[in-house]
Ligand binder design. Structure first.
Ligand SMILES: Cc1cc2nc3c(=O)[nH]c(=O)nc-3n(C[C@H](O)[C@H](O)[C@H](O)COP(=O)(O)O)c2cc1C
Length: 216
């Protein structure tokens, strides 16, 4: 692993490089309607083309996502954008090793199939780590997660949150993978996101409107 020099794009430092309009913009309309449409047309994408996401696109996603609110504005996250194929292949191998003899729900249930990828073969993986000493960091990381999903969708890219990988990445035996990403020792993985050009158009999943009640 030491030989790996991952291409980790730390876009948070590139705020001012994103004035140009990225390719594949799906935003239409203006203001309110565009924002509301963006929220209801996003889907979890589990099939991607092989086309890599550009640095400019990542800059755009991060520029907007980092405006997520956080308790006391602590921003208790560390975010890494990984495009290094060796690191990604190794992560998938670690998942497969972890999965041996276990059963899973959802797409992870297919882990024995040839060519299986726990991150849906997306060309880019975003790792969101949380400050372990800040109990509310889970919530803050969830908010920036959603900002990333929506801003990626707004520029025509697809995403899928990946909870299944979290316990694998936080195992002691896999700490070397996080060290390559320079994740501080008092941080742990909260959630991951696959990112790429969508190669499917999934239907909307059912929403449970009865879980929301107005008390007047
Ligand atoms: C916290 C979280 C963890 C998730 N983990 C996974 C996962 O490990 N693998 C996966 O394929 N989808 C995962 N998903 C995607 C959900 O299955 C998906 O968002 C849900 O079915 C609703 O579909 P939609 O996003 O298309 O509206 C996760 C979503 C969230 C919010």
């Amino acid at each position: 692993m030491k030989k790996l020099i991952p291409v980790i794009i730390l876009s948070l430092f590139s705020l001012f490089a994103c004035n140009q309009q990225p390719a594949g913009v799906v935003y239409s309309g203006t203001g309110k309607s565009a924002i509301l449409d963006n929220m209801i047309t996003r889907r979890a994408i589990r099939k991607y083309t092989t086309q890599q996401v550009s640095k400019a696109q990542i800059d755009t996603i991060m520029k907007y996502s980092m405006y997520a609110p956080s308790a006391l504005n602590k921003q208790p996250w560390e975010i890494r954008i990984v495009q290094n194929k060796q690191w990604l292949a190794e992560l998938n191998n670690r998942f497969l090793k972890f999965a041996e003899g276990k059963t899973f729900q959802g797409s992870a249930a297919n882990y024995k199939k040839p060519g299986f990828s726990i991150f849906h073969s997306a060309p880019t993986l975003i790792v969101i780590a949380r400050d372990k000493n800040n109990p509310i960091s889970y919530l803050d990381c969830g908010i920036i997660l959603q900002n990333i999903l929506l801003s990626a969708h707004a520029i025509g890219l697809g995403t899928c949150p990946l909870g299944t990988l979290v316990p694998v990445m936080n195992r002691d035996e896999n700490r070397d993978l996080l060290e390559v990403l320079n994740i501080p020792s008092d941080y742990e993985v909260a959630i991951n996101i696959s990112l790429g050009y969508p190669d499917e158009n999934p239907p909307v999943k059912e929403r449970y409107a009865d879980k929301i009640k107005i008390i007047d």
